[in-house]
Design a binder for this molecule. Structure first.
Ligand SMILES: Cc1ncc(COP(=O)(O)O)c(C=O)c1O
Length: 401
């Protein structure tokens, strides 16, 4: 038996809705996309939700919505998927990378503050030298589904007059509160704009897909315009009139009804899907609690975790093999894994353009070398779960120092 890293959980509801969509005569953005937007906004507790083709598109359009311009700077973690940084480059901007908190692997707010402080004193910070007023946006990433310290980020953003755009690709459903007495807030309620992914392995999927949520009418309007050529008219609702105006040079990244057909049912089943993710995470926590070579994820108080990923960190000093070899042995035993992620500053484009060396962000580069993302997906059977637990345990035991 082989256990894949991920496998989508689809039911007859998604399949029937897809078939009905195919038969309906309307494949692209239309009633089903609008329904998913309405239901997703209600789920997040925001006024608007705008559906796009990917979270990458969502992040890009969110930047443009807040008037992020060429030469502007966005603060973001280096420990993220490339798209968080790439969209800053697409918008003509400059990423100001920040290291992670070793506990959660989310961007460290202390380091955000100190980077901005140093920048304001005229220092070159993370390869960037620029007046502080060019820093327009802070973009935390909710690593694995655990929300970054949104209130701290909000305070920093407000103090320096910046916008907060959260990369919530992993974070539904996730929740946050800054202290035990504070009210819980849903992911989507803490930032100016929040961007979700519905890629195939995410908490809910549309195959490819993404969503921007916000309470701000102007930003939502701008994202809506920019997702479809800057056309100031909602074509999907009216096929009778040929006339339209282009008011902005927009992109083509609208969500199709074919995608939304899947998403509507995934969202309805989110709690069921999440329930299984929680069971798997709890089983891993129990199984690896006493394995000396394995560190399990730390979830802070004040966080509700979506469990998009379950990332173990190897205690390499207790093993005779490195992470690469550990993964190879798991692969040989039939367990699919991945690594999230090689920090962005270690990739050739960023390394060469900004002159980074690996050790510039020691937490991210150090933790990357010992991290393994294990399979965690709602359709995982008990047999598959046990196989992962046994395989990880046996590789750790075989190479124990
Ligand atoms: C943190 C993060 N941000 C953004 C993305 C991009 O999502 P999408 O594939 O929907 O563009 C991903 C995808 O895995 C991600 O992990």
């Amino acid at each position: 038996m082989k256990v894949p890293y991920s496998r989508p959980h689809l039911t007859d509801a998604e399949i029937s809705e897809m078939v009905e969509t195919l038969r309906s005569g309307w494949l692209t953005t239309g009633g089903r996309t609008h329904k998913l937007e309405k239901e997703f906004a209600a789920f997040c507790g925001t006024k608007h939700a705008v559906a796009v083709f990917s979270c990458t598109n969502a992040l890009h359009l969110a930047l443009l919505a807040v008037d992020f311009r060429p030469g502007d700077i966005a603060v973001l973690p280096t420990l993220t998927f490339g798209s968080t940084a790439n969209v800053v480059i697409h918008a003509g901007g400059i990423p100001l990378f920040v290291d992670s908190d070793p506990k959660t692997l989310c961007m460290d707010p202390e380091k955000v503050e100190s980077s901005l402080q140093r920048l304001s004193q005229g220092e070159t910070v993370s390869g960037v030298r620029s007046p502080l007023d060019r820093v327009k946006v802070i973009m935390p990433v909710h690593y694995a589904g655990q929300m970054a310290d949104s209130d701290r980020m909000r305070k920093i953003a407000d103090r320096f007059g910046m916008r907060l755009i959260e990369d919530a690709a992993h974070a539904n459903p996730s929740r946050y509160r800054s202290s035990p007495g504070a009210p819980w807030r849903r992911c989507g309620e803490t930032a100016d704009l929040t961007c979700f992914s519905f890629y195939a392995n995410k908490c809910i999927t549309t195959g490819e897909g993404g969503m921007v949520v916000t309470d701000n009418d102007d930003w939502a309007h701008k994202v809506r315009l920019m997702r479809l050529h800057g056309i100031a008219k909602d074509h999907s609702l009216s096929t009778s009139s040929w006339e339209y105006d282009i008011v902005l040079p927009g992109f083509k990244c609208n969500m199709m009804d074919l995608q939304a057909a899947i998403g509507i049912h995934q969202l309805r089943r989110l709690h069921q899907l999440w329930g299984r993710r929680k069971e798997i995470a709890a089983a891993y926590d129990r199984a690896f609690a006493d394995v000396a070579a394995i560190e399990t994820p730390t979830i802070l108080p004040g966080r509700v975790m979506s469990w998009h990923m379950y990332v173990i960190r190897l205690r390499l000093e207790k093993l005779s093999i490195d992470r690469r070899r550990f993964i190879l042995e798991l692969d040989r035993l039939g367990v699919g894994t991945t690594v999230c992620w090689k920090p962005v500053h270690m990739h050739p484009y960023y390394r060469e353009r900004f002159g980074f060396t690996e050790g510039d962000f020691p937490v991210a580069s150090g933790e990357f070398k010992r991290a393994i993302s294990l399979p965690i997906f709602p359709s995982m059977t008990d047999e598959e779960l046990n196989k992962v637990i046994e395989s990880v345990g046996s590789v750790a035991e075989k190479h124990r120092l």
